[in-house]
Design a protein around this ligand. Structure first.
Ligand code: SF4
Length: 327
């Protein structure tokens, strides 16, 4: 019986990103359009039982890492309960969360007790007025959430900053100082042409090679490593614990070592963030499929995984927004 998912390019698939909702309480302009209302209907959301079955089968097929994402995952009611059920499944070694932290102050303790060990928080600026301009939200709620997460014992806490030329790229050094002060890990992310919103954001595209060179004028950056299965290439600030990750899908992609697939809230398995290849699992789950049968479908699905994205060559290709599959 197969116990490891390997795609046709020889890449082991050991990381499942689970979007538990396509809804969010923010409207980051590079992700979800203002006033967007065309969300997935709740009847199509996978139930906790269905999510648990999918993760159980992925676990049996060697998937070790599960990341809860959205939209904003804390918008989905009962997330700590779901986390507890997933953390208890055989084979799942690493359960993490990506969040905008606006609701983290209320849920940090319960999430940590449920078995989530690491979190990534989206934070593109430290200026309240600029935060409002980018997200339509309040910065103070995010900062409160971050501090509550640190007090709850999450480690590491990673900050994800999407760099946008002429909008927040002047704050890269400030964000480094913020992470140094609070013991967070920092990751810079390039904009990606996901949906019209993403394409508009690529008007502000800035290669992170530029940011890296700028930071090297102020900090001694040494190649570093960081546990976790993500695509970031890390540098360490000499003499400190701070690691800075560079996520560069456009200027230096990382598809050769891709180890992940994504499940959307309606049970569609997306094989690549930058392609439309997908495999609907909900009809199978609603038909009462067994774990053994589901294994065969997931093995077939992984065969559909494309080699890489075409963000540079075909920037207009991906219609769906980032919020539909969670970064
Ligand atoms: S773009 Fe696709 S192949 Fe490349 S790293 Fe992302 S998911 Fe993997």
């Amino acid at each position: 019986m197969q116990t490891q998912l390997i795609d046709k390019f020889g890449r082991p698939i050991e990381y499942l990103r689970l979007s538990v909702t396509d809804r969010c309480d923010l409207r980051c302009h590079y992700c979800m359009p203002r006033g967007f209302k065309d969300f997935e209907t709740p009847e199509h959301w996978l139930s906790f039982e269905e999510i648990e079955q999918v993760v159980r089968v992925f676990g049996a097929l060697g998937t070790r890492r599960i990341r809860l994402t959205g939209g904003e995952p804390l918008v989905r009611k009962g997330l700590p309960e779901l986390a507890g059920r997933l953390a208890a499944l055989p084979g799942i070694e690493d359960l993490s969360l990506s969040t905008n932290a606006t609701r983290l102050a209320r849920h940090a303790g319960a999430l940590h007790n449920a078995g989530i060990s690491r979190i990534n928080v989206s934070l593109d600026t430290l200026r309240p007025e600029r935060f409002k301009a980018i997200t339509q939200g309040r910065l103070d709620k995010v900062i409160d959430g971050l501090m509550a997460a640190r007090d709850a014992g999450f480690a590491p806490i990673k900050i994800n900053m999407v760099i946008m030329k002429g909008e927040n790229d002047d704050e890269a050094e400030d964000m480094v100082e913020f992470c140094l002060e609070h013991g967070f890990t920092l990751r810079f992310i390039e904009t990606m042409p996901m949906g019209d919103t993403g394409r508009n954001a690529t008007d502000h595209y800035l290669s992170l090679q530029t940011i890296k060179q700028r930071l090297q004028q102020r900090y001694e950056l040494i190649p570093g490593v960081m546990p976790g299965g993500g695509p970031a290439r890390y540098m360490q600030v000499a003499g400190t614990e701070l690691r800075i990750g560079f996520i560069t899908p456009l200027s230096q992609h990382f598809c050769d070592t891709c180890n992940r697939v994504r499940l959307s809230v309606d049970g569609t398995l997306y094989l690549c963030l930058g392609q439309e290849n997908n495999y609907p699992l909900r009809p199978l789950l609603r038909a009462g499929i067994s774990d053994t049968e589901l294994q065969q479908h997931i093995i077939q699905a992984i065969d559909l995984k494309p080699e890489k994205h075409d963000f540079n060559d075909k920037p207009g290709q991906i219609v769906r927004f980032m919020s539909m599959t969670g970064g």
